[in-house]
Design a protein around this ligand. Structure first.
Ligand code: NI
Length: 249
């Protein structure tokens, strides 16, 4: 059994989410966490409200920092008690396109960390070209969570794990030019979650095609090779990790 702890429900890519889930279930992926991180996607996500074994993480991505209002945050807070909402995210910092709105990004990040702390909910962290600053801010809060699509060094990985965070590992681990396998090798399976970040970042040999939760076993197989265990074992342990972090049954 496998879990996709992070993918996006994007209508431009998927015409029918039932088909997406069915295709994933056929290859053993049976637990799903959909990430909705803009106002639009948070509005859309409720169409899956009654789908079994599908849960949501909701929050405002740093790319939304210029447009999110206080009222939007009040709305977000009002949704956190819904039974399908199990985490806040993805939230964080992204300086890939520059630091022009750095202050706004930090303010938005902090407001959502305060919500996570208030409601004792795990956070899903997006960090790009901002690893150290993300770490320094997180240190100020009593929160747990996952570093989504982790891409840092072994040292940063260990520093986050020491603070109670897990690492989300996706298709990048299969890329030939990626050093992510070194991180996977250096940390325990108990610190890892599987994710596809679909529809982006399809693993080798499907790079360039639309990614979907059905590719989770491809990522698990690569991790299994690095760790010297079976693919099933990777699925079992990372699913248990996800259930523990997000408090799923
Ligand atoms: Ni994502």
């Amino acid at each position: 059994m496998f879990t996709d702890t992070h993918f996006h429900l994007d209508h431009d890519f998927y015409e029918d989410y039932h088909q997406v889930l069915e295709r994933a279930r056929e290859v053993g992926v049976s637990l799903f966490l959909v990430s909705a991180c803009s106002k639009e996607s948070i509005r859309e996500i409720w169409m899956m409200e009654d789908v079994k074994d599908v849960y949501f993480t909701i929050g405002y991505h740093p790319s939304e920092a210029d447009t999110v209002t206080d009222a939007d945050l009040v709305w977000l807070e009002s949704l956190l008690s819904h039974k399908k909402v199990v985490g806040i995210g993805e939230i964080g910092l992204d300086y890939h396109y520059g630091k022009k709105n750095r202050e706004k990004q930090i303010a938005l990040f902090r407001k959502q960390l305060e919500l996570a702390q208030k409601y004792q909910m795990p956070v899903v962290i997006h960090t790009r070209d901002a690893m150290q600053e993300t770490y320094d801010i997180l240190k100020e809060y009593s929160v747990k969570g996952v570093l989504h699509c982790f891409s840092g060094s072994v040292e940063m990985a260990k520093a986050f794990i020491a603070r109670g965070f897990l690492l989300g590992i996706g298709g990048v681990v299969t890329f030939t030019n990626s050093k992510l396998y070194q991180v996977v090798d250096a940390v325990s399976l108990s610190s890892l979650l599987l994710e596809t970040d679909s529809p982006y970042l399809a693993p080798v040999p499907y790079r360039g095609s639309i990614n979907g939760p059905w590719n989770i076993p491809v990522i698990a197989k690569k991790i299994a090779e690095v760790k010297g265990v079976s693919t099933e074992e990777v699925g079992r342990i990372t699913t248990a990790n996800a259930c523990q972090l997000f408090d799923l049954q």
